[in-house]
Ligand binder design. Structure first.
Ligand SMILES: Nc1ncnc2c1ncn2[C@@H]1O[C@H](COP(=O)(O)OP(=O)(O)OP(=O)(O)O)[C@@H](O)[C@H]1O
Ligand SMILES: [Mg+2]
Length: 401
């Protein structure tokens, strides 16, 4: 377990954003007190202060490990906060337009393409609204301000806003590079695991079968009954080796996934857990190979987590459904021990799920609390056309692959 606790980049952004709001409030009050007393400046300062405080609401979804919701909260609060400065101090327009775009850059690593498109439309609309409001504003406060003030304020705040875009772009680049590196590392780790399982399992058994076959041959003439007995034992061992290889293939890349699709592969994965594991496949059909593989391995990891960590009595439900023709939702839910996602030891499993799903342009979410079970859920985009099959619910152990 790593002792180092790294601050989430969204938390860093929040602090930066709240500090900028604080600075804005201080600047507005300073202007009001020392340069141009005007009640609208106080109104703007209060609006910016409320906006800065409201940004803190994003910490709740962040604590639940739901960054997509956190960036949505940040976007909406930031956009609403920009309107008061646009109306009262319109000369800050360049800063406001850049600030309207910031949530989009922040969101890139955490949201689906569709979610990002919504944020782009939102930020463009807010930038447009800022332009319209600033064009109609003026008079009042503006008439009382010294001529040099707008230049000084814009010169101070614009680099802060554009600097944040630079920092976020650098972070996004690092996040994507780290995600690629994790996928490569997890592939290597999986290869090492396969080598170890083959070596310790089927390979050992086959070596022993080969050696004993030699013994059986020498026994055929001296002790035919002993030879028959030994051959029967060797046959059982060969079947065991076969079963081990079959189990191994299930974890490596199950033939059922390629041949019959997600429903069949998940049915085979759930079957060893019997009635403890329910499988519900609703109108899933065949999907692009990469999507089937990402959803299968994400569900498999979440299933293995539930088996390993949720406790022996936990009931596990795997569910896949098309929520829309172009969207697949999956979830692996258990009613077991649960855990605190903000304090859990970081294993490779949950990070791999997030990486796999985001590589497909989707997003994944973990909801859990001690004593209240765990739900790993994700959504991935699909091409519109697909052959639906396998509709309805399937209970593990009763389904046909
Ligand atoms: N279904 C679950 N029920 C209870 N705790 C869970 C569950 N899923 C995950 N956890 C907790 O989250 C931690 C991280 O899970 P993760 O899959 O990343 O790592 P791991 O399972 O410990 O190791 P591995 O790298 O082999 O997957 C686990 O160690 C466990 O404490
Ligand atoms: Mg795990």
């Amino acid at each position: 377990m790593s002792a180092e606790v790294r601050r989430h980049p969204i938390e860093t952004f929040l602090r930066y954003d709240q500090a900028t709001c604080g600075l804005g409030v201080a600047a507005l009050l300073a202007v009001h007190v020392f340069l141009a007393p005007h009640p609208l400046l106080v109104v703007e300062a209060v609006a910016v202060a409320v906006g800065g405080a409201a940004l803190g609401a994003a910490r709740r979804p962040l604590g639940r490990d739901d960054p997509a919701r956190a960036v949505s909260v940040i976007a909406v609060v930031s956009w609403l906060t920009l309107l008061a400065p646009a109306a009262v101090t319109p000369f800050v327009e360049p800063v406001l337009v850049v600030a309207a775009l910031l949530p989009v850059v922040l969101a890139i690593p955490y949201v689906s393409p569709r979610h990002l498109a919504v944020l782009v439309v939102g930020s463009t609309s807010v930038a447009g609204a800022v332009a319209v409001i600033t064009a109609g504003a003026g008079g009042g406060v503006m008439d009382q301000l010294p001529g040099w003030l707008p230049t000084v304020v814009v010169a101070a705040f614009l680099p802060a806003a554009t600097g944040m875009i630079g920092l976020l772009s650098g972070h996004n680049h690092q996040a994507m590079a780290a995600s690629r590196a994790r996928l490569v590392a997890s592939t290597d780790q999986a290869r090492r695991g396969i080598e170890r399982d083959l070596h310790d399992g089927a390979q050992q058994r086959l070596v022993s079968v080969a050696m004993q076959l030699g013994l059986a041959r020498s026994l055929v003439e001296e002790d035919p009954d002993g030879a028959v007995e030994l051959l029967a034992d060797l046959e059982a061992q060969a079947h065991l080796a076969l079963a081990e290889l079959r189990d191994l293939c299930l974890g490596v890349y199950p033939a059922a996934l390629t041949d019959f699709g997600l429903a069949a592969a998940l049915t085979a994965a759930a079957r060893p857990h019997g009635r403890r594991c329910r499988l519900e496949m609703c109108d899933v059909g065949r999907l692009p190979e990469a999507t089937e593989s990402a959803v299968y391995f994400s569900c498999l990891e979440a299933l293995q987590n539930a088996v390993k960590h949720a406790g022996p009595d936990a009931v596990i439900t795997i569910r896949c459904e098309r929520t829309r023709p172009d969207r697949l939702r999956f979830s692996v839910r258990d009613d077991g021990a649960g855990f605190d996602p903000t304090r859990a030891r970081a294993g490779a499993g949950l990070a791999n799920i997030a990486d796999r799903v985001s590589a497909m342009g989707g997003n994944a979410r973990i909801t859990s609390a001690p004593g209240h079970g765990t739900c790993v859920a994700g959504e991935v985009p699909l091409p519109q056309r697909g052959r639906p099959h396998g509709a309805g619910a399937v209970i593990a152990g009763e389904a046909q692959t």
